[in-house]
Design a protein around this ligand. Structure first.
Ligand SMILES: C[S@@+](CC[C@H](N)C(=O)[O-])C[C@H]1O[C@@H](n2cnc3c(N)ncnc32)[C@H](O)[C@@H]1O
Length: 394
């Protein structure tokens, strides 16, 4: 919600009534510790939307948890009340509520929890604070390294010299950018898809990774899957073989779309092709309430911020928490090119309400196999791929 001349425009602008109602509903759900209603509301309303922050939704939730608990006659009831308050606070933090925001009395959630003697809740706020500060520090480091004007040869050398350090820095420092890539010509061969500069967009050696990913995301037939980034269509082919009841594909490159049309993808069972960047397509899917049991994200020439935006902002609105095989919960996966930065992603995923399981997949010696011949940049140098599968926490 915009602030004009330092004023909060939420309350006195009649056009903002809808947001205000959403804010009030969110506050009410938090105060009642109604996590189901809260989760639904958070699909369309951010916990760190300025309107919410100014109304101190998470603080109200905390305070109410205490008040109800303090008045509860039986210790049991108080314990239950505190547990419900903890779940509410956790959900709000997972959805971006600010750990050190101030209420009208200049108190943070931590101050209030401490003042009221709610140790469990106070500890949760401290942990959220530590996580936030750690992440900010890491992001500062990325910025510094990303600004470094290394030559491409030096980058390649660095990756090969110390493969364990392959990380999002290497992706960010590369000279490929999304707009340039989407406007570039592509070359398709049987075992690779290259952009105009001979960068590998997708390569057949990743098939085993795609198969294991698909097996984890779609463990049964008749599930609903969303795939972001068609590439060579490897994972989409495997998804199709699992007879999904709905199979949505988002693809932005005109040449990939043309090939999909030629290969009959538009007519395959359950397939809906969304032409365009996921940044334009996905908000519409959320608005239309389209839900999935499985989501896979694998784009090209985008940095870590894009992946993080996707899972922090949109997965909660797209993934059915009760979906999946026998209602055991929807699953989210992504191509993990992050190497040494796995812990940071895991924390970010946790902040987004997702817990992650990692499976180790052996990668054959790609140099020996001659995989990189004719490819400008070796984008993979590790002998193990850590395959992530995420589900909503709890
Ligand atoms: C690495 S490939 C995907 C490979 C795929 N997983 C497979 O199994 O073949 C990345 C794909 O994402 C597409 N892409 C890149 N940026 C995109 C965006 N912002 N929105 C949608 N698709 C995008 C690229 O055109 C490319 O087709």
């Amino acid at each position: 919600m915009p602030e004009l001349n330092g004023r909060d425009t939420t309350m006195d602008d009649p056009l903002n009534i809808e947001t205000d109602l959403e804010t009030q509903s969110l506050l009410l759900a938090a105060a009642n510790h109604d996590t189901e209603a809260l989760r639904n509301l958070l699909r369309t309303t951010s916990a760190n939307d300025p309107a919410i922050v100014m109304s101190d939704g998470q603080i109200d939730g905390l305070e109410n948890g205490h008040t109800n608990g303090a008045h509860a006659e039986a210790g049991d009831e108080r314990k239950k009340e505190l547990e419900a308050a903890a779940r509410t606070v956790e959900l709000l933090f997972q959805n971006g509520a600010i750990w050190n925001d101030l209420d009208k009395n200049n108190e943070t959630p931590g101050c209030i929890a401490h003042r009221l003697g709610l140790k469990e809740l106070y500890d949760m706020v401290v942990k959220a604070g530590v996580r936030a500060e750690l992440l900010l520090n890491r992001l500062d480091e990325y910025q510094m390294l990303g600004d470094d004007d290394e030559s491409e040869a030096e980058e390649d050398f660095e990756i090969l010299e110390d493969p364990q350090e392959t990380s999002i820095i290497d992706i960010e420092a590369s000279d490929v950018n999304s707009a340039g890539y989407l406007a570039s010509d592509l070359t398709f061969t049987a075992d690779r898809l290259l952009d105009a500069d001979k960068n590998g967009v997708m390569m057949a050696w990743e098939t085993d990774i795609m198969r294991r990913t698909a097996d984890r995301l779609l463990p049964a037939p008749s599930l609903r899957v969303l795939n972001i980034g068609h590439g060579m269509g490897i994972i989409d082919g495997i998804f199709q073989s699992k007879s999904p009841s709905a199979h949505h594909i988002v693809e932005a490159h005109p040449a990939v779309l043309e090939r999909m049309r030629r290969d009959g993808w538009y007519d395959k069972p359950g397939v809906v092709v969304h032409e365009g960047k996921w940044q334009d397509v996905v908000p519409k899917l959320v608005q239309e309430d389209t839900m999935f049991d499985a989501i896979y994200f694998d784009t090209f020439a985008e940095d870590y911020k894009a992946l993080k935006e996707f899972f922090s902002e949109y997965v909660i609105g797209l993934l059915d928490p009760s979906g999946g095989k026998e209602g055991e919960g929807g699953r989210f996966g992504f191509f993990n090119g992050l190497g040494a930065d796995r812990q940071v992603v895991e924390i970010d995923l946790m902040e987004a309400g997702l817990e992650t399981e990692w499976e180790e997949v052996r990668v054959p010696n790609l140099d020996e196999a001659g995989e990189w011949a004719g490819v400008r940049r070796r984008y993979w140098a590790l002998d193990t791929y850590k395959l992530p599968t995420c589900k909503f926490i709890g």
